[in-house]
Structures are given as structure tokens and as C-alpha cells.
Design a protein around this ligand. Sequence first.
Ligand SMILES: C[S@@+](CC[C@H](N)C(=O)[O-])C[C@H]1O[C@@H](n2cnc3c(N)ncnc32)[C@H](O)[C@@H]1O
Length: 262
Amino acid sequence: MTKVENMFTDGGAYERAVGRWSRLVGDAFIDWLDAPKGLSWLDVGCGNGAFTAQIVSRCAPSAVSGLDPSKAQIEFALQQPDLKRAQFQVGHAEALPFERGSFDVAVMALVISFVPDAAAAVAEMARVVKPGGMIAAYMWDFPNNAAPAGPISSAMSAMDMKMPRPPHPDLASTSALSSIWQAAGLESVETCAIKIKLEFRDFDDFWESSNLPVGPTGMVIQSMSEVDRTLLKERLRDALTVMPDGRIVYDAVANAVKGLVP
Ligand SMILES: C[S@@+](CC[C@H](N)C(=O)[O-])C[C@H]1O[C@@H](n2cnc3c(N)ncnc32)[C@H](O)[C@@H]1O
């Protein structure tokens, strides 16, 4: 079994497979957080810095730190010209290398279903954020098969293949997120569902993006035999609706949660 941090090591592949969709959710998530400008932010599980860049461009932060277990992803983030002001380091959500009350806001963008111990991660975020500060997260709606890889999961399931899932898909429902936030003692906990539209240029764009060696879906497809991969490809070609101009378009949903440190 691929270790979680080893599923996300190629920052360029991540951008095409996930980053472009993550960014659409990230924009809506930032609108929903409605945080004032000039705050200090921590981006836990920042990966290649896709969401960190949105914090920089949208939130006018006084400071931003990003942390991720993948050294390769952190190196990718460090090379991004628009992230020069951000601080990045390798580390785990469950043991944040920061003093108590170091930040105004801590976020996890598409991370909670991958973290081995989500309760410990949220407790750590609550420790490093000041009283009155905000802890927030969003994750693809795996419980309702509404992640970007939803059509692939459905096709694999119909073919009796093992569906690619993150280690803790059930934590991504709004009720599970709300429970974790409340159990961590956070106040004014709210959740919302964010729907986005995925648009691929054509079937090949969809298939090539799905084949990249990143995340649970890409890793499973990469490990298939050539025969199974071709069967899956043809099944998806039949199942997906193609627009008159050749595009493949469908919706995905991410569930979000926010709460305040008492
Ligand atoms: C789907 S990616 C999301 C990356 C980025 N936040 C984004 O929005 O594009 C999931 C990330 O969680 C990270 N991750 C996995 N386990 C973690 C842990 N214990 N602590 C912090 N991050 C972790 C992975 O390395 C990966 O970068």
C-alpha cells in the first residue's frame, strides 16, 4: 500500500490532476470564511502550495506558513514565484512545530481524509491558533462519491475493481467534520457544501489527468495491468457525457467546516 505522503510527491502532476480543481473550491472556501485582511495563516498539508497561493492572492495575509510531510511537494512550493513571501517546512499535522497561539487562522485544504489522526491534527491546529482565531478545512465529498474522481470510482466499482479511496473518506461528510470540530472544543462551528464544475478539454484530457501518478486514483490506475487500464478507459469513454464541442463537464462537491478557538 502506498504511504499517504508518497501519493503526493509530484507537484507538477498534482497541479494538473487536482490543483486546478482544488483552486476552484479554494476560492469559494475563502469567500465563505470571510476572514479579515492582514491575518497570519497556517496552511496544514499545503502540498505544492496550491491553496497557499490563494491565501496570498486573496487574503492579504500579514504572514503565511505552509507545512507538509512531502519534501518533494515543499520543494515545488518553494520554487513558486508567487509564494516567495510564504514560509514552508516539512512536518506533520499531528505535531505542528509552532508555539501556542502563533497564528490567527489555520486551514487544511483537501487534507483531513489523508491524515492518520484527524482529531490530533485539529487539536494541534487549535493549539497553534490564538483565542478567537479560526480553524477551517474542506475535503471532497467522498461519502457521496462526489470527488473529481467520482466517475472513475463508479466505473471501477461496476467492474468489480477496488475503488481508489483515501484512508479516511468518511471524515469528509459535513456531519463528521462538524463532530470533529466540536470534539476539539471549537466554537461557532459551521459547515457548508461547495459545488464546482470540472471541465476537461476532451476525453483525452480527462484520461491523461486521471492517469497521473498522484493521489489514490492515479496510484491505483498506474498499478493496473495494461488490459484492465484499457477496459477502464473504454468504460469511462462510454459512461461520460461528451458536450457537442468535445468537452467533458461534470460537478464535484467539497464539504467545508469552520470554527473559532475559545
Ligand atoms: C490532496 S493533497 C492537498 C494539498 C493542498 N492542500 C491542496 O489543497 O492542493 C493532500 C495533502 O495532505 C498531505 N498530508 C498527508 N498526511 C499528512 C499529515 N499527517 N500532516 C499534514 N499533511 C499531510 C499530503 O502530503 C498532501 O500534500
